[in-house]
Write a protein that binds this ligand. Sequence first.
Ligand code: FES
Ligand code: MG
Length: 568
Amino acid sequence: MGIENGLTDYGDPEFAAYLRRAFASSMGFSDEALGRPIVGITWTASDFNNCHRLAPELIDAVKRGVLLEGGLPMVFPTISLGEGFLNPTSMYFRNMLAMETEEIVSGQPMDSVVMIGGCDKTIPGQAMAALSADVPAIMLPVGPMMTGSFEGERLGACTDCRRYWGRYRAGALSRERLALVQQNLAATAGTCPVMGTASTMASIVETLGLALPGSATIPAVAADRLRIAEETGRRAAVLARDGGPSPRDFVTERSVENALRMLLALSGSTNALIHLTAIARRAGVRVDLRRFNELSDETPVIVSLKPTGDGYMEDFHRAGGVRAVLRELADAFDLSTPSIAGGTLGDHLDTTTTWRDHRVIRPVADPVSPTGGLVALFGSLAPTGAILKRAAATPELFERTGRAVVFTSPEDLAERIDDPELDVTADDFLVMQNGGPVASGMPEAGYLPIPKKLLAQGVTDMVRLSDARMSGTAYGTIVLHISPEAALGGPLAKVRTGDLIRLSVRDRILDLLVPEEELAAREPEVRLLSRKSAFATMYRSEVMQAPDGCDFRSAVEDDAATGRPAEA
Ligand code: FES
Ligand code: MG
């Protein structure tokens, strides 16, 4: 324990300890301080991460908590990923964050660690790291933004970004008024205030027991956020002193099933399924998409937040947040799983909310939808699966066969989608290839825009298909994560404009209606990530497909994953 933790295992250990103490002393620590249990705290503030703007304040509060409990807080930097500032896509960096955080947490002398995350890929990457490092850890989300407003309407990134951008593209909003919207979409520090990936993942780590009860939803700017940061610090000091429990004690078959149910009840982000799969897999737990469909059939959506419903995170928090969802669906969840706060999830159910705001968290008897928000599809176009967020889609489009209009890559899509000559009707299925992990790092390019000429006719949704992801804040009848991806020569690579595709959400089917002999004769349309760097080379050969969480093959113990790129 303490500063002599994890000395190098070569040479004279006494000499190594003597040197380490000498360097630690140069920072002004007393011997007494250096003998305390050490709590590492990740510094993830960055001028390229608006969501983490208040992380320094949280760090102060965490340190206070650690000191109150007799530990020594030590702050250290790790990669920070700000969703809006990364190219080719923040997803490309998630595994890098996971690697870097795992190594630096394992390589430095800390008895426990507080991981301060929030923006989109940070919590997933940190949780993956925590499981692999298996050092006692607590996740502390930075918390969601408050909403802004425009002409009497509430605004929240980025569901409303898309809504107003759609109006602008359709000619219904001027550039000048759009500029006013732009300034108020992300009104405070904190993560996007809708049920996007950040909010979903914060709720998931709370459900897994890796974050303190209540910590997913407290607004970033609230005093309660600082109080829970202090409490997180206290708890981390106890973990450091007691030597555990460790992250793997929390992530089990039972807690992962709870987390999947939470994802469904929230109608959370499609991305969260990829991230949860990766997190679970780091603990040796597999997420099976067919089991996910069974859970989806029996788990109602009871939380009404954008993009599925109407509310924002501040409303969800006031209504009791994650603990209130656990309380409402107490029969479905396994409340005997442990919480990092001590005891079980069931010991921390929301009992403080005296007024139940049923506009945001609906009673089970009157859900937003009787079945879960997400569903996995399988078929000849998606042999190992695809995902649809049915709760944020148009049910009239769920059972149909459509003519494919194919774009070979995100670039090809950008070039041609608004071409007035494009041969497309609202009944067609827009298909995009090469948006998968190996082709392009799996950007949020799966939210294919409606062609301008159809927008002008008043079309608001159509079936869109790809191997890419979409933002958790987006909506529409959009089939994502088609696996195997086109770049691995999956059937998606062989779709051509004019082919017929059958979608049946009821039967969970996504079929390409082209005879096999004909497909066999076609050349697959394949692109590979063009970025050139050591990490890009590693990424292309290591990254697995969406049903395996897009983690690196080498990061997981059992290596039976599908989809190794042929050239790797
Ligand atoms: Fe950080 Fe949305 S931009 S969570
Ligand atoms: Mg997002």
